[in-house]
Design a protein around this ligand. Sequence first.
Ligand SMILES: [Cu+2]
Length: 142
Amino acid sequence: MAMQGNRPWMWCLMLALTLAVGWEQGGLLFAESEQVVEVTIKDFKFVTRQGTLRLGFPTVIKVRNEDAERHDFGSTMFEGLPTQVEKDGVIVYGRSVGGVFLDPKRDAVLRFDMSRPGRHEFRCSIHPNMTGELLLLGAEAV
Ligand SMILES: [Cu+2]
């Protein structure tokens, strides 16, 4: 993840604080326009709950690891897209986010704007047989 300035931690901390303060209002404001995908990791499998996902809309992927094992939610779907990752109370931004690692019983939230239609695969790099996918419709299909 690329950070600007010579004190990236400072920038990151300020951003995290700003977002934390504005969280309640922001959550309400964006509640209607965000499309949410819930991914639960359980028994070494991805269980995905998604509604119809449309292009160009703010998308939120909530990942929860229910296993007692560390897992990874990795995907190329974020490639080149500004992506916000919220994990363990810390929020970071990146443009080449490859995914997020989740310790047992932890969760993470990824936010970005879907911009490519089709099937988007995700997998766990620790357990390569763990895969899942999201289906994204073009705006014209809705
Ligand atoms: Cu795994």
